[in-house]
Design a protein around this ligand. Structure first.
Ligand code: NAI
Length: 280
C-alpha cells in the first residue's frame, strides 16, 4: 500500500533537482506522475525534452507509472496542456506540485526589466496559471485535491542579489494563502514548501561547498506529506526543509499598542513606542 495509490500527480520542473526527487518519491508511493519540464538551463534559456524523458524512464524502470510533458508553466496555454497531459494519460488529476523555477540573480540596481519579468513569469505567474488550471479540473471532479507550491527563504526573509526571485517567491506565499482560503470549500488544500537543497540552482553558493547532507531527497517527503491523505485538514502552511531539519515559516502579527481615547498616533510617538508596537 502506498500513500498515493490511485492518485494522479503533476510535478512541474521535475526533470532535475528537487522536482525529480519529488516525482520519484510520489511515484514510489503509487502515484501516476506527469513529469513536466521544459529542460532549459538554470536561467531558463533553451529547451530539451531529455530531462523529463530521463525521469520518466527512471520511474518506469522502478516499476512506477509516468509520462513526460515539455510545456512551459509560464503561459496559460502551457498550464492548460500540462493538466490535459494528466487527464489524457491517466483520466484525472489529484495533486499539483508547482516546483518549476529559474534564477537570474543580480543586485537591485543592476537588474534589468527582462531579468525581472522572466523570473516572475516562471515562478509567480507559472504557479498562478498551473494552480488555476489544476483547480478547474479538481473542482470539475468534485473530490477535492492537493496543491503544493514552492516558496523560498529568499522570498520570506529576503536575500542579496535576488530581488526578482525573492519577490516571486514572496508572491507565491501570498498566492498560497489566498488559494488555500478560496479553495477550502472544494476540499482542495494549498500549502507550500520552503526547501534548501544542493541542486544546479544552488551548487555554486558558498554555503553548499563541501556539503552533501542537503539533498533533494531530504525535501521530497515534505511534498509527499502535503500531497497525501495525511494532510487532509491542513491548508495554507509553509513547511520548510533543510537536510534533516523540518520546520515551518509563519507570518506573525505583533499585539501592538492602542492609544487612549482612540487618538491618532504621531510620528514622534511611533518612534518613542517602537519596542512596544513591534514586540511579538
Ligand atoms: P533546478 O534548476 O534543478 O530545477 C528547476 C526545474 O524547473 C528545471 O529542471 C527547469 O528545467 C524547470 N523549469 C524552468 N522553467 C520552467 C518552465 N517555464 N516550465 C517548466 N519547467 C521549467 O532547481 P531546484 O533547486 O531543483 O529548484 C526547484 C524549486 O525549488 C524551484 O522553484 C526553486 O526556486 C525552489 N527552491 C530551491 C532551493 C534550493 O535550495 N535548491 C531553495 C528555495 C527554493
Amino acid at each position: 500500500m502506498g500513500l498515493l495509490d490511485g492518485k494522479v500527480v503533476v510535478v512541474t520542473g521535475a526533470g532535475g533537482g528537487i522536482g525529480r526527487a519529488e516525482a520519484k518519491l510520489l511515484a514510489s508511493e503509487g502515484a501516476k506522475v506527469v513529469v513536466n519540464d521544459v529542460g532549459g538551463a538554470r536561467d531558463g534559456v533553451g529547451a530539451d525534452d531529455a530531462a523529463a524523458n530521463a525521469v520518466v524512464a527512471e520511474i518506469c524502470a522502478a516499476g512506477g507509472e509516468a509520462v513526460a510533458n515539455f510545456d512551459s508553466v509560464a503561459t496559460a496555454e502551457g498550464a492548460h496542456r500540462i493538466v490535459l497531459a494528466a487527464v489524457t494519460a491517466f483520466g484525472r488529476l489529484d495533486v499539483l506540485v508547482n516546483n518549476a523555477g529559474i534564477v537570474r540573480d543580480k543586485s537591485l540596481m543592476k537588474m534589468t526589466e527582462e531579468m525581472w519579468d522572466s523570473v516572475i513569469a516562471v515562478h509567480l505567474k507559472g504557479t498562478f496559471l498551473c494552480t488555476q488550471a489544476a483547480a478547474k479540473q479538481l473542482m470539475a471532479q468534485g473530490e477535492g485535491g492537493r496543491i503544493v507550491n514552492t516558496t523560498s527563504v529568499s522570498g520570506l526573509l529576503g536575500n542579496f542579489g535576488q530581488a526578482n526571485y525573492a519577490a516571486a517567491k514572496a508572491g507565491i506565499y501570498g498566492l498560497t494563502r489566498t488559494a488555500a482560503i478560496e479553495l477550502q470549500k472544494h476540499r482542495i488544500t494549498v500549502n507550500a514548501i520552503a526547501p534548501i537543497a544542493k541542486t544546479r540552482m544552488t551548487d555554486d553558493l558558498p554555503m553548499f561547498q563541501g556539503i552533501d547532507t542537503l539533498t533533494p531527497e531530504h525535501i521530497a517527503p515534505a511534498v509527499l506529506f502535503l500531497a497525501s491523505p495525511l494532510c487532509a485538514d491542513r491548508t495554507g502552511h509553509v513547511l520548510a526543509v533543510s537536510g534533516s531539519r523540518m520546520y515551518a515559516y509563519k507570518v506573525v502579527e505583533a499585539k501592538g499598542k492602542f492609544k487612549d481615547g482612540n487618538e491618532v498616533w504621531t510620528a514622534n510617538e511611533i518612534a518613542e513606542n517602537w519596542d512596544a508596537i513591534t514586540k511579538v
